[in-house]
Structure formats: structure tokens, C-alpha cells
Write a protein that binds this ligand. Structure first.
Ligand SMILES: C[S@@+](CC[C@H](N)C(=O)[O-])C[C@H]1O[C@@H](n2cnc3c(N)ncnc32)[C@H](O)[C@@H]1O
Length: 269
């Protein structure tokens, strides 16, 4: 796998995260769907893996790469990890820091990118990267940086979009392009930057990881019902927060739109 070519990377709009104002926690902005729809299953999945691996958060360091406004970081800090979040968007980092201090949470936020993590080798116990891998230009570099900063035995948890016909229809055409249902901003995602599970497995194998599993992420209601809710949201009759509480995203065996998974950093031979 190579770095994303310039002409493809220029099509994704990562500037969305730099806009003024609180784009993350506001109930009527699209990024709020992370809080209502995506965070609950992610946090549930992460806790399940922590339990499976018998990880006690006490004295352990967790880093979220691409933390945005801190929606996931706050939950990780609440579990008890010494939590760090890093993101290239200064505006998002400011929002995250303000929100954490208003809620009495001790989280260290740093402005920076996944391609060059400002952490020393073998310094983190957990790295999370959720809805971020399909936004970065140099995925091989990001995976190698995550491996570098993780301690041997450390856990890498991630979720991202698969690159399939169905993900193009759902995440690009319906959610971004077709005005009748598009509730997400244009160019939020670029289909060519989506990642096949086999590609991420290969990258992990090249970077001292033992890959463990992939699980699909699917809604718990029918596609027809979702189209109806999308239409109502487009007409402005539901806020993003209200839309995000109409159904749940759940763990599934179907990985062809979104999937999550984890890998463990190997011990040196
Ligand atoms: C969809 S948001 C996900 C935010 C957060 N992980 C969450 O789930 O709440 C994508 C985030 O990736 C960040 N991002 C983009 N390029 C990145 C890079 N090269 N390294 C790290 N983060 C990046 C963006 O600034 C943005 O905050």
C-alpha cells in the first residue's frame, strides 16, 4: 500500500475540522453523529476488548490519534486511562481541551499528525484510531508510527470504511452526494481513500503487529427506514442529535461498509 496520490488527497475536505465554533458537541452539526451514533458501539467494543485482554487501565496510557473534538477521548479517560489525544486541527484540539476542562476531565491534547507522533518509542499501552485512517494521506507511515509508540503487547483499536460498491453507494452517494438524503458535508469522505480489511491486515503484518479480528458495523433498522429518517433530517425536521438517537449502530458480521478491529504489538524476538 502506498501514500494516497496528491490528486486524490486534494479531493477530501479535512478543513471541515478547522472551522470556527464547536462543530463536535453542538447538537445540530453533522459531527455530533459521532457522539450519538458511533461512540456508543466503539466504546462498547473497546471495553469488550480491554476485558478480553484483561487490561487494567490503572497507570496505563491511551492515545487517540485523530481525536477531533475529544468525543472518544473523554470516554477513554472515564474508563480510567491516562489519556492523550492528538489531531492536526488546532481548532478541534482547542474545542476538545475546553470541553474536557469544563467537564473536569484530565486529558492531554496535542496538535499534531498521525504521520509524526510526538511520543517516544514504546510509550503507550493503547492506541485508538477511529474514523481517521481513511482521512490520512500516508497510511503506511501512520501505521508504522502507531507501532513505534506502542509498547510490545500494546493494543491498537481502529474503525474505518471498507472500499466496496456498497460503501460507495451508502457513504458517498447517499450520505454526501444525493441531495434527497445527503446529511453529511460534501467531500467529507473520498471513496478511493477507503481501506479494504486485507490492506490494513497487510500493513499491520509489516509493522510488528499480530492482527486479531475485524467486525462489521451496521445499523439496527432497515435501509428503508434509514432513508426515511435521512429525508426527515434533510428537511430540517430532526436535529442531528435527534436523528442520531433514532437507531443504533451495532456489531455485525457484515464488514463491507464499515468495520472495526484490533491488533496487538508483538514482542521482539
Ligand atoms: C471523522 S473525524 C474523527 C474524530 C474522532 N476520532 C472521533 O471519532 O470522534 C476525523 C479526524 O481525523 C483528523 N485527521 C485528519 N488527518 C489526520 C492525520 N494525518 N493524522 C491524524 N488525524 C488526522 C481530522 O482532523 C479529524 O479530527
Amino acid at each position: 500500500m502506498q501514500k494516497v496520490p496528491e490528486e486524490v488527497y486534494n479531493r477530501i475536505n479535512n478543513k471541515i475540522y478547522d472551522q470556527e465554533g464547536d462543530r463536535w458537541w453542538h447538537p445540530d452539526f453533522s459531527l455530533n453523529l459521532i457522539k450519538t451514533l458511533f461512540n456508543p458501539f466503539r466504546v462498547g467494543y473497546a471495553k469488550k476488548i480491554f476485558d478480553r485482554l484483561k487490561i487494567n487501565p490503572e497507570e496505563k496510557t491511551a492515545l487517540e490519534v485523530g481525536c477531533g473534538g475529544g468525543i472518544l477521548c473523554e470516554e477513554i479517560a472515564r474508563i480510567g486511562y491516562n489519556t492523550f489525544g492528538i489531531d492536526p486541527s488546532e481548532q478541534s484540539i482547542n474545542t476538545a481541551s475546553k470541553h474536557a476542562s469544563e467537564n473536569g476531565l484530565k486529558i492531554t491534547y496535542i496538535n499534531g499528525a498521525g504521520e509524526k507522533l510526538p511520543f517516544s518509542d514504546n510509550s503507550c499501552d493503547i492506541v485508538l484510531c477511529c474514523d481517521v485512517l481513511e482521512h490520512v494521506q500516508d497510511l503506511p507511515k501512520v501505521i508504522s508510527e502507531i507501532s513505534r509508540v506502542l509498547k510490545p503487547g500494546g493494543v491498537f483499536l481502529y474503525d474505518t470504511f471498507n472500499r466496496t460498491f456498497l460503501s460507495n453507494l451508502v457513504a458517498i452517494k447517499i450520505l454526501q452526494d444525493w441531495k434527497r438524503w445527503a446529511i453529511m458535508p460534501p467531500h467529507l469522505h473520498e471513496w478511493k481513500m477507503f481501506i479494504k480489511p486485507s490492506e490494513i491486515k497487510w500493513l499491520l503484518s509489516q509493522n510488528h503487529f499480530t492482527w486479531k479480528e475485524h467486525r462489521g458495523i451496521m445499523p439496527d433498522i432497515s435501509p428503508l427506514k434509514i432513508l426515511q429518517y435521512l429525508r426527515i433530517r434533510v428537511k430540517g425536521e430532526l436535529t442531528y442529535q435527534e436523528f442520531g438517537t433514532k437507531f443504533k449502530m451495532t456489531e455485525s458480521s457484515i464488514t463491507n461498509v464499515m468495520y472495526m478491529g484490533y491488533a496487538v504489538k508483538s514482542f521482539p524476538l
